[in-house]
Design a protein around this ligand. Structure first.
Ligand code: GLP
Length: 244
């Protein structure tokens, strides 16, 4: 579905998340959210914060798992996804700190494998993802699942593509400061979510969204795997949908 304005689209997605949080709470269950970073979800988070402040939407019952984090990366670094999530959402709502999960960019190299296995296990122990929010990178990545990612992949360390690092260079004050690696949930981790919403805004996403939605399913464009998920919606603005 596409909308004239991304703000309007973001409000609808935030409403769906709020409805899910409330219905899970009414059923006495936890609500498990998979969350994304990047510019695309910013207005969804802003709307959720507004609903928390003005409508009393509570996050006490919510468990979150973020998709990815650069490696190596300090949590306090302004470029970290840890910082981003606190800045845009967690610092402004009542989510208990121990219910927030973000891949840790400070783990030592030899600890990465056990960390990733534990991250997957934690998602399973929470009952799996009820809802996964996604953006898309111009390489066709979701999370940081770059071209070549297997559909059966789990949380792991990956090497970032040149285009991904070039797109991030602005916020890192230059390409040479962008980390070369990241820890990301896998394609399989994402596809196991009950519900997936991918956000895409602007003309510079139009081409990759056409490939993602209309192209052949292949690891060359990892986001094409979403075509096989039964409960995925692509929420786009008119510019991002312009090539469809
Ligand atoms: C990064 C993130 C992705 C995100 C992508 C697009 O690569 N790891 O999760 O989807 O950027 O970012 P933006 O929403 O800013 O276009």
């Amino acid at each position: 579905i596409s909308f004239e304005q991304s703000t309007q689209a973001s409000a609808i997605v935030a409403q769906e998340i709020a409805d899910l949080i409330r219905s899970k709470e009414a059923a006495g269950e936890k609500c498990v959210l998979g969350l994304a970073t990047g510019s695309s979800p910013i207005n969804v988070y802003a709307e959720l914060v507004r609903m928390h402040k003005e409508e009393g939407l509570s996050f006490k019952n919510v468990i979150t798992f973020n998709l990815d984090e650069y490696w190596p990366m300090e949590k306090s670094d302004v470029q970290s996804y840890h910082y981003f999530m606190h800045e845009h959402l967690f610092n402004h709502v009542d989510i208990p700190a121990d219910q927030v999960n973000i891949p840790d960019g400070t783990v030592a190299q030899e600890e990465i494998k056990p960390f990733c296995i534990a991250y997957e296990a934690k998602i399973k122990a929470a009952g799996g993802l009820d809802f996964q929010l996604l953006g898309i990178g111009r390489t066709g990545h979701i999370g940081f699942n770059e071209p070549g990612s297997h559909f059966n992949s789990g949380t792991r360390m990956i090497t970032l593509d040149y285009l991904t690092r070039a797109d991030a260079a602005g916020s890192f004050r230059g390409l040479s400061n962008v980390p070369k690696k990241a820890i990301t949930m896998g394609i399989n981790t994402v596809l196991n979510a009950n519900r997936i919403v991918l956000l895409g805004w602007g003309q510079n996403k139009a081409e990759i969204l056409k490939e993602t939605i209309e192209g052949e399913i292949s690891s060359i464009v990892p986001a094409t795997y979403l075509q096989e998920h039964e409960n995925t919606t692509f929420v786009l603005d008119d510019a991002a949908a312009s090539e469809l």
